[in-house]
Design a protein. Sequence first.
Length: 118
Amino acid sequence: MMLGLCVLFAFQALGELIKLATGTILPGPVIGLVLLFLSLLVRRGVPTSVGDTGTRLIGALPLLLTPPSVGLFFLGDQLQGKGYAVALAVLIGTALTLVCSAFLMTWLIRVTDKGDAQ
């Protein structure tokens, strides 16, 4: 698990370095995640250590969603009167996520099926 964490942190640090060097508005972790994804595509697979670490981190995902929920609770006064905008943003964001996930899953199924056929 330590090796997997080191790999994930290394890609995050690389993303942060690229963000600082280029001044882009994208967050460093997002850049690191894209670089990790590209490296896994080139490698044509996920190393066991990274896969096991990712599985364990997904189990802790609800802990990452608690702080934003608490933030919304305490920012209620500032959000007052903006309920429609927040609801619209949540609905559009959810719809876009579902559509993008469906297209990505379809593409990944096609790519892996082609790889199995060879």
